[in-house]
Write a new protein. Structure first.
Length: 248
């Protein structure tokens, strides 16, 4: 029986001049580009203001009640103060929060932070989340009230895992998030409403909300863009309703 011969056939593209080999092409979708982008989105600022017929100190106490935020503020699903000033404030007779766990977000995106809280009694309540977050309060004002930038915060996802608050994309929704409420008494005669029945005047105060934030990834900004501009106005209107309920 003759031995079996094995034939090895080698094919080369030149053998098929009219049938070029098709190579797969890679396509980057808009979503893929956002996910893979290493550039951080630009910081954004949202603001809203209202003038209310209440004493500024009473309004300030409502704003400083961070434990109640989740009960009336949209975009804040959980709030718990974890640290307080060591001594009561002599003017208000109470201590102020210095650290709190806040779960905040919008457009279907949210994150839990352990945030620094700066309280300038009667004027400002500011919550800073993320290692890169910086206060908008003047340094001399912070120093006068024994406050400072030395401490940092951490961010936690919905699963409770602790993540560095200053990390880049993939480490949380927000790189930084700073929420500042400011209350300013209106000078008498500027916008005081006279009560014609009693002859008395009503104290008025200006309430300003400022939200500065930077997303950790461009994707988050794209997802929440339709909601972002409404966040501050909706929050301050919720505070107005809270003031009516508590202060009458």
């Amino acid at each position: 029986m003759p031995p079996t011969r094995l034939l090895r056939l080698q094919l080369h593209p030149s053998h098929f001049p009219h049938s070029p080999i098709q190579r797969p092409t890679q396509r980057r979708t808009f979503l893929t580009s956002l996910l893979s982008s290493s550039a951080l989105p630009a910081p954004q600022t949202l603001t809203a203001s209202r003038r209310l017929p209440y004493n500024h100190a009473a309004l300030y106490s409502l704003i400083a009640d961070i434990n109640s935020y989740s009960a009336f503020l949209p975009y804040c699903s959980a709030s718990r103060v974890t640290a307080w000033t060591p001594r009561p404030d002599p003017e208000f007779g109470r201590r102020w929060p210095t650290r709190a766990d806040l779960t905040a977000g919008w457009g279907g995106l949210e994150q839990t932070y352990t945030s620094r809280v700066f309280c300038v009694p009667g004027t400002v309540v500011e919550a800073l989340s993320g290692e890169g977050a910086r206060s908008g309060i003047a340094p001399e004002v912070l120093a006068r009230h024994g406050l400072g930038e030395g401490t940092t915060s951490t961010a936690r996802g919905g699963d409770g895992e602790v993540r560095g608050g200053g990390g880049g994309g993939g480490e949380g929704v927000f790189k930084t998030l700073v929420t500042r409420w400011t209350v300013t008494p209106v000078k008498p005669g500027t916008a005081a409403a006279a009560d014609t029945r009693t002859g008395s005047t009503t104290e008025w105060s200006d309430v300003d909300l400022n939200i500065r934030f930077q997303f950790a990834n461009p994707l988050y900004g794209a997802v929440s863009s339709a909601v972002a501009d409404k966040v501050a106005p909706v929050m301050i209107e919720a505070f107005v309703e809270r003031a009516k309920k508590v202060l009458g």
